[in-house]
Design a protein around this ligand. Structure first.
Ligand SMILES: [Zn+2]
Length: 70
């Protein structure tokens, strides 16, 4: 059996603009336009700067058992 010759870099992946799904522009790829690139950047930045909603550490201090002095 002959091994199948796999085409190396023969087919270009049909990628589309991740923002709107339109064919990307060579200048702005993988986006189709500067606007979409800007939108993606904005999303990325807003996501990066977004403060993760972590539960505030409750000031959980054990009740100090004061010795009851009579
Ligand atoms: Zn787009």
């Amino acid at each position: 059996m002959k091994p199948k010759a796999e085409p190396a870099g023969g087919t270009a992946p049909a990628r589309v603009c991740p923002i709107c799904g339109k064919p990307p522009s060579p200048a702005e790829r993988p986006f189709c336009s500067r606007r979409c690139a800007d939108i993606d950047l904005h999303r990325w930045l807003s996501g990066a700067y977004a403060v993760p909603a972590r539960p505030e550490e409750e000031d959980e201090r054990p009740e100090q058992a004061r010795p009851e002095q009579d």
